[in-house]
Design a binder for this molecule. Structure first.
Ligand code: AMP
Ligand code: MG
Length: 489
């Protein structure tokens, strides 16, 4: 072992670099002028076997800035394609580089990626860079998702580059270090299926099985198992999004992982008022990625994934299509099952009854009608403290509440146990948009990171009821302007 490894804990393998060459291009980061560490995720660093002290000294920060390649890393830009708002495009890491895979002391493998590290052969017209605000936003939301128990890529560090990036105005440049189970996307398979041979595709599928689905037995049927496992993980993931009111905002196939982690925190945001039509992204004019559409788009994306696997599913194309369609047709029911299970938990229900569907639908229907806050409604039910909002005083809600209490009475678990389940299933705090904006404004415009630190602290414990959490539960002041988020950041 070299000194560097002992000092920082970086311990790279580069299995992706051993895949067929068409899937990536070796590329080093473009050095930046004067890197400055803005935030380091100490807990995550430890989890993956890194030494937080040495990550913060000059040499440590140089790695996060792309100014120094840690020993053992073999940086590369990954090639992928994607259906973006339905249209198929050749893409790839245009502003990101995979440094390598960190092998942790527990022998787990995590991708370490620099986002904003300079141009690559896949940059198209872009500058390969990222701005500080959006990188901090990704840091906040991804870490909040993790604390909510939702599979996600993580954020290890953000450094300022000391160089401006040009967007509508000059903005401070930054690089985010992203940690992921892998960066394999539906779009990676689309790339291999469109521009590679069947053999390339098979190597990619085998690699994926080995890395993410090692329990799938090799042999006949393993690629169908891969398809089914990915369907299952995505159904589970999107159900979790729906249950906390997370709107991804840009569910293109290149932004859907094969591991089942949430990826690419661009125009995403959490919903305040419950409304199936909620859209935050400035470019999503048709509401393709609206809150209520996410489960369906998930299915659409998975169908695109299934298409890529056709040559591996059966030598006869018609047979292959049949097999794929059958697997895809199970998605909605799987999704609905996970969602229902989650909704029951949000309402403190352990056993299953046929009436649960209508009990849940009736509540959501009222929430939509009275424009109730999604998180606070479930929080009020959990704490058994009706809020002074339009919905809670209405006869229809009072009637519903009675039915719900009767329903809880028809299970063995006590009221206390049921309430405990609700507490574990209903976050008290979510990264509300006005809070995130406030933190970013202070950080980027004032150089004051205390607002973000406090927010991150609260978000790391989203299910805990405490006085400190109280102020983070309040809603934004009413505004005529809907909240807007942006791509291409
Ligand atoms: P995204 O919307 O972040 O999922 O990105 C879609 C595609 O655009 C990906 O291939 C990115 O690598 C690429 N991209 C986004 N921003 C930039 C940029 N500033 N420079 C180069 N490529 C970019
Ligand atoms: Mg993307």
């Amino acid at each position: 072992m070299t000194n560097e490894r002992i000092e920082t804990g970086w311990n790279f393998d580069n299995s992706y670099a051993r895949l067929p060459k068409l899937l990536f291009t070796s590329q080093t980061p473009t050095p930046v002028r004067s890197p400055k560490l803005i935030i380091l995720n100490g807990a995550l660093a430890k989890e993956i076997g890194l030494k937080t002290d040495s990550l913060q000294n000059e040499a440590g920060v140089a790695v996060f800035a792309g100014n120094q390649i840690p020993e053992g890393a073999a940086p590369l830009a990954q090639a992928y394609a994607g259906h973006q708002f339905g249209g198929f495009t050749k893409l790839g890491d245009g502003r990101a580089l995979l440094l390598g895979e960190q092998i942790t002391p527990k022998r787990e493998r995590f991708d370490i990626q620099l986002k904003g590290s300079g141009r690559t052969p896949y940059s198209r017209g872009g500058d390969g860079r990222a701005a500080l605000g959006p990188m901090l936003r990704e840091y906040i939301i991804s870490e909040a998702m993790h604390a909510l128990g939702i599979p996600t890529t993580r954020s290890l560090a953000v450094v300022e580059t000391g160089e401006p990036v040009i967007r509508e105005t000059y903005l401070p440049g930054a690089i985010l270090t992203r940690v992921a189970a892998s960066h394999l996307r539906v779009g990676t398979f689309q790339y291999a299926a469109n521009w590679g041979t069947v053999e390339d595709l098979r190597v990619l599928a085998d690699y994926t099985l080995n890395r993410h689905y090692p329990k799938v037995e090799s042999g006949e049927g393993q690629y169908l198992s891969l398809l089914k496992e990915v369907i299952k993980r995505q159904a589970k993931l999107i159900a979790k999004w729906q249950l906390v009111g997370f709107i991804h905002g840009v569910m293109n196939t290149d932004n859907m992982t094969i591991s089942g982690e949430t990826i690419d925190y661009g125009p995403c945001a959490f919903m305040d008022t419950y409304d199936l039509d909620t859209v935050f992204s400035s470019i999503d004019q048709q509401g393709r990625y609206a809150y209520g559409n996410q489960p369906y788009i998930g299915g659409w994306n998975l169908a695109r994934f299934a298409e890529t696997l056709l040559p591996l599913l059966h030598e006869d194309e018609n047979e292959a299509v049949k097999i794929a369609q059958e697997a895809i047709s199970e998605y909605m029911e799987l999704y609905r099952g996970y969602w229902l299970e989650g909704m029951r938990a949000k309402l403190g229900i352990f056993n299953e009854e046929a009436v649960d569907n209508s009990l849940i639908d009736d509540l959501l229907g009222m929430m939509q009608k009275y424009r109730a806050d999604y998180t606070n409604t479930f929080r009020a039910l959990t704490m058994d403290k009706p809020e002074e909002t339009a919905m809670f005083g209405t006869p229809e809600f009072i009637q519903w509440h009675k039915q719900w209490e009767e329903r809880l009475g028809r299970q063995e678990e006590s009221k206390e146990v049921s309430q405990q389940l609700m507490q574990n299933s209903n976050p008290v705090v979510i990264p509300r948009n006005h809070r995130v904006e406030e933190a970013l404004e202070a950080a980027v415009n004032q150089g004051d990171y205390s607002v973000m630190e406090s927010l991150l602290q609260v978000l790391s414990n989203p299910f805990t009821v405490s006085p400190k959490h109280e102020e983070y539960c309040t809603l934004p002041a009413p505004s005529n302007q809907p909240y807007r988020t942006y791509c291409g950041t």
